[in-house]
Write a protein that binds this ligand. Structure first.
Ligand code: ZN
Length: 652
């Protein structure tokens, strides 16, 4: 046996009889241990071949033959071939474990855990168990012999080594019933390992292990159960004590609250009775406000704690919450809570009612004044009424916000109001500007405020109403006013004066218009004269005073003074006169230069005396002298033809 370790290593084997490297190849496991007639365990490597081995099977006790041929790895087989002996791997494992533990005398055992109704507690941690002796023993009708560890004082611990099969349930039940402790060490993971140290360490320490049965388990469980029960009982007692203390404290608190409520309500009742103030008085400004917001659900609830008539605090709430301050692009900075609403109107409360009232106090007040509402209730009722009529919306949390529809409505009306004010102010300013330009004597008894409410002839309504409407009628009015502004700035006469004191201004405008006409006529005459002088030069005056083509009773200069159209006709006529004059000047220049050429040509043929004779003597061919005939290139050539030929050639 001493050299068995060397054997199983060298031949790719391990103590479980493994000889195949493929996983799950347990079918080919073969027995490697036998039992000698003297009870000694013998490894197949330590016996003679065949029946000479003289060994029996450790599991079934039948005779074995040692197969030590040259082809297969050495192993034992049953002499009677038909016998099938199960759990050979476990048999090998148990025999090896017994041998190894016998040498080591120590084994790590799992922690002991007590359990009661799902609660677990470690009784002792995993620890190293030392023993005096290890033996193999078959008991409880098992086939594979158990490894049994025995301590000095005779305590026994069974060790099951799991290589393929788990220890069967009936065996576990039996172990428990007879009070034997057993540990199962799971070495399945090491079934194919051929590393000796690894497998040995797995058995002693590192392999997973658990109690199959612990002789003292029931004792530990009971102890835990008792302890848990004692703890639970203690906790229950504590809870009961605490509940009693709380109940006593609550009873004291309620008693003290009731007394406080009694005192507080007596004080409040006294405060209401002695409060000086007229609950029926409604100031005119409140009446006017209520009238203005006639669609608000104003109400007259029976209340206690207010110092004024309900309409007064309701009007304050409406003013604060749903009117003008934020009307344009309506945005609420915060939600409206009942307490915020109460703060808003706290000055209208009897002073003692300005802080929150306890429910018990309210109940006492109700006993005194049935069907009356305290301020919180009255305010909530009013806010609810506002919600019921579409001004507010109440959230689940009991807070109020302004409804979008009402906010839009309010924004639109506020925008209209601002536009009206801006138009009114603008109108007032424009009228003042017009009036400021008039002499004070012409203002008479004119009253602007009165004028703003009077309908002027031809207008659809009075100026204030027109400003409010801002429609087409207002725009007609605005255009008429613009013409008046022009008149006031020295512009033309207008026939609509909108009831303003402008009759003298109109007369002045008419005078201005006449002067303007005269000035225009004078300007036109001056303009025509200047144009004629530019175009006709020295002929200008005779043309200007000459008869016009339109009316021969009238000269051109007179006609230009009449009006713009006549002036334009004079300018057209002047333009054609200028064209005629320019053509005549051009012809005169042409004739002058041709005659100079003719004179030069003739001077080459004639001396000075004959030259003058040639030029100025009447020639029958032209009916006039050559000088008179020569006005252009063609007539100049005709004159040159008259010169003697020989001399003419020389000229060329
Ligand atoms: Zn057997």
């Amino acid at each position: 046996m001493e050299n068995s370790n060397e054997h199983w290593q060298k031949q790719d084997r391990n103590p479980f009889g493994y000889k195949d490297h493929r996983p799950f190849s347990g079918f080919s496991d073969e027995l490697v241990y036998g039992i000698k007639p003297d009870g000694r365990i013998a490894h197949v490597s330590d016996v003679l071949s065949g029946l000479l081995c003289d060994c029996r099977c450790p599991a079934c006790d039948l005779a074995l033959v040692a197969k030590k041929g040259p082809k297969q790895l050495h192993h034992f087989a049953h002499h009677i071939k038909s016998v099938s002996c199960s759990h050979i791997a476990e048999t090998n494992a148990h025999i090896w474990a017994k041998e190894f533990l016998e040498r080591e005398k120590r084994l790590t055992i799992p922690p002991i855990i007590a359990e009661h109704e799902g609660q677990k507690e470690i009784v002792s941690p995993a620890r190293i168990y030392t023993f005096a002796h290890a033996k193999l023993e078959k008991r409880l009708n098992t086939i594979v012999p158990d490894v049994v560890l025995i301590t000095e004082n005779g305590t026994q611990l069974i060790v099951e080594v799991r290589v393929t099969h788990a220890c069967d349930e009936t065996k576990v039940a039996k172990l428990r019933s007879i009070g034997l402790s057993a540990v199962e060490i799971d070495l399945r993971r090491f079934r194919t390992s051929t590393k000796q140290a690894e497998v040995e360490d797995a058995l002693l320490t590192s392999g997973p292990r658990d109690w199959l049965s612990n002789a003292k388990q029931a004792k530990f469980d009971d102890r835990l159960r008792d302890r848990l029960a004692a703890e639970a009982a203690k906790k229950l007692r504590e809870l009961e004590d605490r509940a009693k203390r709380l109940a006593a404290a609550e009873a004291r608190r309620v008693r003290s609250e009731q007394m406080e409520a009694q005192r507080e309500s007596a004080r409040l009742i006294q405060a209401v009775r002695t409060h000086k103030g007229d609950l029926n008085q409604i100031p005119d400004r409140i009446s006017a406000f209520v009238e203005q917001f006639h669609d608000v659900p104003w109400s007259h609830p029976k209340t206690v704690g207010f110092a004024v008539h309900p309409l007064i605090w309701q009007a304050d709430l409406v003013k604060e919450l749903i009117t003008f301050p934020n009307a344009l692009d309506y945005q609420w900075p915060e939600k409206i809570s009942i307490s915020r609403a109460l703060r808003t109107i706290s000055r209208h409360l009897v002073p003692d009612f300005r802080r929150p009232l306890a429910a018990a106090v309210i109940a006492k007040l109700r006993d005194e004044w049935p069907h009356h509402r305290v301020p919180t209730e009255a305010v909530e009722l009013f806010l609810d009424d506002l919600a019921g009529t579409g001004f507010l919306w109440r959230s689940e949390a009991g807070e109020f916000t302004v409804t979008q529809e009402y906010a839009d409505r309010l924004s639109a009306s506020e925008r209209r109001r601002q536009e009206f004010e801006s138009r009114s102010e603008d109108l007032r300013h424009r009228i003042n500007v017009i009036l400021a330009r008039l002499p004070a004597s012409e203002l008479g008894s004119f009253d602007l405020d009165r004028w703003l409410t009077m309908r002027a002839p031809g207008q659809k309504a009075d100026p204030t109403t027109l400003c409010r409407l801002g429609d087409d009628a207002f725009r007609d009015f605005d255009r008429a006013l613009k013409r008046i502004e022009l008149l006031s700035e020295g512009g033309p006469v207008t026939d609509e004066i909108l009831g303003l004191p402008l009759s003298e201004e109109i007369a002045r405008a008419q005078l201005r218009a006449r002067e303007k006409l005269l000035m225009a006529a004078s300007n036109r005459r001056l303009s025509l004269t200047q144009a004629a002088q530019l175009e006709l030069g020295e002929d200008a005056n005779s043309w200007l005073s000459g008869p016009s083509e339109d009316d021969d009773e009238m000269s051109w200069i007179d006609q230009a003074g009449l009006d713009d159209l006549s002036y334009q006709r004079a300018r057209v006529s002047l333009a054609s006169a200028a064209v005629v004059r320019r053509a005549a000047i051009r012809a005169r220049n042409e004739a002058s230069s041709r005659r100079n050429e003719l004179r030069q040509a003739a001077s080459k043929v004639y001396d000075e005396q004959h030259l003058e004779l040639f030029l100025h003597t009447f020639h029958p061919k032209f009916g006039k002298s050559p000088f008179e005939h020569c006005v252009n290139h063609r007539t100049m050539q005709e004159c040159i033809e008259l010169l003697p030929r020989t001399k003419r050639t020389k000229i060329r």
